[in-house]
Design a binder for this molecule. Sequence first.
Ligand code: RET
Length: 286
Amino acid sequence: MSHIPLPVAQQVSQEALFQHVLNDPLLGSSIYVNIALAGLTLLVFVAMARGLVDPRAKLIAVSVIGISAVSIASYTGLASGLTISVLEMPAGHAMDGAVTELAHSGDTVDGTISLWGRYLTWALSTPLILLALGLIAGSNLTKIVTAILFDIGVMITGLAAALTTSSYAMRWVWYGISVTFFLVVIYIILFEWPRDARAAGTADIFNTLKVLTVVLWFGYTIWWGLGNEGLALIESVGLTSWGYSAFDVLAKYLFSFLVLRYVVNNVETVSGGPNFGRTRPGRNED
Ligand code: RET
C-alpha cells in the first residue's frame, strides 16, 4: 500500500475570524447593526405587550418577542467568530481557489467566508414567525406544525448546502431539497391560511403579513443563489451579508411590529377565551 499525503486544510482560528469581522467595516456593520436593532426591538416589543392578559394574545406576543431574542444570539454567534468559517469551495464553484484577506492582519487564507450560523439560527427564528402567522390566521395545530416542521427542514438543508465542500453538484442538490421543503411552507401560507384567516376575521392583517413574508422569504432564497456561497454573482461576503441583514429588518422587526400592534389593538379578535390551551376544564367552566 502506498502512502498518499493528504492536503492539509488551513485552520483559521476563531480569534482571527472575530478580529476579521471587527476590522471589516462592511461585514462588521452588517452584524453589529443587527445586534443593536434586535436589542432595541426586544425592549420596544416587551413594552408594547406589557398590558396583555389574554393567553392567546400573549402567545402571539411571546412568539414575536422570541424572534428578536433569537436574533441577538444569532448575530452574537457571528460577531464572536463562533459560527463563521473559511470554506474552500469545490471545483466548479465560482469561488473555487478564492483567497480571503483577513482584515486585521492582512494575511491571506484559502477559501471564502461562510456565515453559516445564520442558517442554523433561522431554524429557531423562522418557526416563531410561522407560529405568529398561523395563530393570527386562526389556523389549526396540524397546519401550524406542518409549516414549522418543513420550515426547520428548509433551514437545516440550507445549512447543509452552505457547508458542503465535497462536490459542487451536491451543494445544489441540498439547495434543491431545501427549496422543495420551502414550497410546502409557501403553499400553506398562500393557500391554506388565507382561508382560515377569512373565517377568523383577520384577513386584512393576515394579507399584509402574507405578502411581506412571501416576498421577503423568496428574497432570501434568491439571495443565497446570487451570493458568495451560490453562483457568486455577488462575490463580496460583506455585501452578501448585508443583503440578509436588510431582509431581516423587514422580515423580523417590521413583521413583529405589525403583528404586535394588531394584537394589542384587537385582543377580542385573536382571543381564544380564558380557557385557551387548557387540558382540563378551567374554573370559568364550573
Ligand atoms: C436558503 C438556501 C436554501 C434554499 C432556501 C433558503 C431559504 C431561506 C429562507 C430564509 C428566511 C429567513 C428568515 C429569517 C429571519 O430570521 C436557506 C437561503 C429555500 C426562506 C425569515
